[in-house]
Design a protein around this ligand. Structure first.
Ligand code: KIV
Ligand code: ZN
Length: 510
């Protein structure tokens, strides 16, 4: 049995389908680079036919990534497949992932197609995809509620037509582990040509079983798992990458396979995705939650101190938890700054960007004496946000005193011009947002505001996420600063810039 489990990451496609998690091209590129660093095998970069922005994002990822296969999703129609094929053309290794629904309810009510028409369309789709690449994945959407005989029939047909990976999605998260494993086992046994393809699974988490179902499928012979960082994804999300990877690594005896993932990149990937999407990670989340390795009870602490393995089945450092090391201070030089960024795997686009980031690092070091890895990551994350900002904070002042109404005054750069405004509010953050709105007049609705301390201590930087919606479009903005009102204003402007630049997109499954 093949002992390599292929990790297919769909954070940038299915993950992005979570309401509010939509990402810009640059954000996708940053996540894709981290996924490549983590050595995932396949990166599903998006759904190229969804919008011009999505097409450009998939293409940019295909141009930038060399060590992972870059994939685009496409419905089983000619236009989608040609868009996907064009978008992945620059990839060192490119894949087209085409899908059509196969459950009775989806075929009858959504597609309004007969089973014969669905098989015909799937085979045609593989034919179009073959014009672009030999690496073709076929998914039977809602396979989890499809009839096994029909799945065997359609899979046999697409394998004959040239599909090389067969994906079995539990689209609505309906399956339970033993039953799902049995489906995979029977498909592998019954479908002619099954030994020529990689069997894959894609499980949603509606019943909290996405990881359990995926792992049961691996035990039944699946050799690709589709998953996302932090389990991001439609509704309750997808199987979480970190849980799948660490389960097979920790229990190789059970799964008889392993991945090529560099697990020390897992926590940085989790933080990056959480920061960009504004979806926080719950503290007790396996592997990447802040408490995942914290032993609180005295008995546990005593055991771990005497012999770590009494209560720990994995080591925190193996999944990338750092020990909040003090890395730099105000006397650190430019070269030390550059080399620490390189160790952290942060891309430095140019000397100009390095100089700019270094100047900001010095400013931060003046305010905050101890600079940790997390501070550098936040600083660089700010640094690599969209270059063409329409709104930018030039200066601000806030007044807040017991018994007085808080007020804010802001000076903004607005498309090259300068604008000043002031406003009062129920608190300084509210006043700052209202002052920005005097200038921006965005007509957006604030859906979420959250603040996180990046490191410990009262001098920590605050990292703020703001979620805004306008005309059904939802975007997240982030900002970090030692002054949380400034961080809030930056986050608000970051979200406004995305609204300003935004393009419409569609969901592949709608
Ligand atoms: O959940 C699903 O069925 C999907 C397919 C497009 C693979 O995301
Ligand atoms: Zn899905």
């Amino acid at each position: 049995m093949n002992d390599q489990l292929i990790i297919f990451d769909t954070t940038l496609r299915d993950g992005e389908q979570s309401p509010g998690a939509s990402m810009t091209r640059d954000e996708k590129l940053r996540i894709a680079r981290q996924l490549e660093r983590m050595k995932v095998n396949v990166i599903e970069a998006g759904f190229a036919a969804a919008s011009n922005g999505d097409f450009e994002a998939v293409k940019a990822v295909a141009e930038a990534i060399r060590e992972s296969t870059v994939c685009s999703l496409a419905r089983a129609n000619e236009n989608d497949i040609r868009r996907a094929g064009e978008a992945i053309r620059p990839a060192a290794s490119g894949r087209i992932h085409t899908f059509i629904a196969t459950s009775p309810i989806h075929m009858e009510k959504k597609l309004r197609m007969t089973p014969d028409q669905v098989v015909e369309q799937a085979v045609r789709a593989i034919g179009w995809a073959k014009e672009y690449t030999d690496d073709i994945e076929f998914s039977a959407e809602d396979a989890g509620r499809s009839e096994i005989d029909f799945l065997c029939r359609i899979f046999e047909a697409v394998i004959k037509a040239g599909a090389t990976t067969i994906n079995v999605p539990d689209t609505v998260g309906y399956n339970v582990p033993e039953q799902f494993a049995e489906t995979i086992r029977r498909l592998i046994e019954r479908v002619p040509g099954s030994d020529k393809v990689v069997w894959s699974v894609h499980c949603h988490n509606d019943l909290g079983l996405a990881v359990a179902n995926s792992l049961a499928a691996v035990r039944a012979g699946a050799r690709q798992v589709e998953c996302t960082v932090n389990g991001l994804g439609e509704r309750a999300g997808n199987a979480s990458l970190e849980e799948i990877v660490m389960a097979v690594r920790t229990r190789k005896d059970v799964f008889q396979c392993d991945t090529r993932v560099d697990t020390t990149q897992i926590v940085p990937a989790s933080k990056l995705v959480s920061g960009i999407t504004g979806f926080p990670v719950q503290p007790n989340k396996a592997i990447v939650g802040a408490n995942a390795f914290a032993h609180e009870s005295g008995i546990h602490q005593d055991g771990v101190l005497k012999h770590r393995e009494t209560y720990e089945i994995m080591r925190a450092e193996d999944v990338g938890w750092s020990t909040n090391k003090l890395v730099m201070g105000k006397h650190s030089g430019r070269n030390a700054f550059r080399s620490r960024l390189q160790e952290l795997g942060v891309d430095i686009a140019s000397e100009e960007q390095l100089n700019h980031a270094f100047a900001r690092f010095k400013e931060l070091a003046d305010k905050k004496h101890e600079i940790f890895d997390e501070d550098l990551q936040a600083l660089m994350s700010d640094e690599s946000s969209e270059p063409k900002e329409y709104f930018r904070l030039l200066s601000s002042s806030f007044h807040s005193e017991t018994g007085e109404i808080p007020c804010a005054r802001v000076t903004l750069a607005v498309g090259g011009a300068e604008a000043k405004a002031e406003s009062c509010g129920s608190g300084p953050v509210d006043a700052a947002f209202k002052a920005i709105e005097v200038v921006a007049k965005s007509g957006t609705e604030l859906l979420l505001y959250s603040v996180n301390a990046i490191t410990t201590g009262t001098d920590a930087q605050g990292e703020v996420t703001v979620r805004l919606s306008k005309d059904g479009r939802v975007v997240n903005g982030q900002g970090a600063d030692t002054d949380i009102i400034v961080a809030s204003a930056k986050a608000y402007l970051n979200a406004l810039n995305k609204i300003q630049a935004g393009a419409e997109k569609m969901n592949p499954q709608v």
